[in-house]
Design a protein around this ligand. Structure first.
Ligand SMILES: Cc1cc2nc3c(=O)[nH]c(=O)nc-3n(C[C@H](O)[C@H](O)[C@H](O)COP(=O)(O)OP(=O)(O)OC[C@H]3O[C@@H](n4cnc5c(N)ncnc54)[C@H](O)[C@@H]3O)c2cc1C
Length: 282
């Protein structure tokens, strides 16, 4: 099927882009890498009257790394961030997660910010942003605001972003030292969306004790849930933390997995991800 007719806009400045979005309101959609939007248009599951292509805004095409954060511009492709040595050095979790995002051809076109805005509960990056307590920077003609991961996701493919807002960057805070991270998934085939995925972070104290253990989930809940498993994992019993996670999350079944199987995966993968993260924190 072909997309319904739309008017195509290709602004050359951020100011023009947000002015166009303000003008077209709910009838407009931002186009970044097109890896989710174009299939939706082609299947006519989305039929916006205006497409605002941000591909000609070079101001949004950068990764800034400081010891405290990795700031990813809205045109940065998955592959760019995956291969960014500076980002890897301070925050290996980004590369750990990105290797699970689809296939290289899709990662060459799709953007990190596009994935975060698309809000698919089966996507890895929203869980990463939630685990790290990161945020998006949203710009409109009214100015700029920060939208934290906790307030961003409302439901599957639903965010609290306004129709006229352009997200210019995603900000991933860098955890303090002695932190290890891991991503563990089960998918039917390499590159497919996960049936269940766990993104984990463990922090150890100077004496090696576990000070913090958290996990966020992919393809489990409608919006990314972050569990604080510190109390139950403090003694290093990762499988007990997995069992606890199973009790905390209401899993539903679908064509890919029954609720019972997904619940089983939550338990096993939480234990495995925390164990890997705990090892890396060592
Ligand atoms: C076959 C296939 C397999 C895939 N497998 C996975 C997978 O395993 N894991 C995974 O996480 N993803 C997967 N994806 C999804 C892919 O990673 C995302 O489609 C991509 O990252 C989205 O980024 P994009 O730049 O292509 O966004 P687009 O498709 O251009 O846009 C997606 C949505 O975000 C909005 N948007 C984009 N940028 C902005 C912005 N700057 N400001 C405001 N709104 C914006 C758009 O309006 C649209 O609603 C898969 C996709 C395909 C086609």
């Amino acid at each position: 099927m072909k997309p319904a007719l739309f008017t195509y806009h290709r602004p050359s400045t951020v100011a023009d882009a947000v002015a166009t979005l303000a003008e077209v309101g709910a009838d407009g959609k931002v186009l970044a890498g097109g890896q989710s939007l174009v299939p939706l248009l082609s299947m006519r599951l989305a039929a916006p009257e205006h497409i605002v292509d941000i591909g000609a805004l070079p101001a949004l095409d950068g990764v800034d790394v400081t010891p405290h954060e990795v700031r990813v511009g809205a045109l940065v492709r998955h592959t760019d961030l995956e291969q960014h040595a500076g980002a890897y050095e301070v925050l290996p979790l980004l590369r750990q997660a990105l290797t699970y995002v689809a296939h290289p051809t899709i990662r060459n076109r799709g953007t990190v910010v596009g994935s975060l805005c698309h809000a698919d509960s089966a996507a890895e990056l929203p869980a990463v942003l939630a685990l790290l307590d990161g945020h998006l920077v949203a710009t409109s003609t009214r100015g700029e605001r920060q939208v934290s991961a906790a307030e961003l996701y409302l439901g599957p493919l639903q965010t609290s972003l306004h129709d006229d807002e352009l997200v210019t960057a995603a900000v991933f805070p860098v955890p303090t030292s002695r932190v290890g991270t891991a991503v563990v998934e089960v998918a039917r085939r390499n590159g497919d969306y996960a049936v269940c995925g766990v993104v984990a972070m463990v922090r150890r104290g100077a004496d090696g004790d576990i000070e913090r253990a958290r996990a966020a989930y992919v393809s489990v809940t409608a919006v990314p849930r972050v569990l604080d498993l510190t109390a139950v994992a403090a003694g290093g019993d990762w499988s007990a933390a997995g069992e606890h996670a199973k009790e905390q999350l209401a899993c539903s079944g679908d064509i890919h997995a029954s609720a019972e199987y997904r619940r089983h995966l939550v338990g096993v993968l939480t234990g495995k991800a925390l164990a890997e993260a705990g090892e890396a924190a060592g």
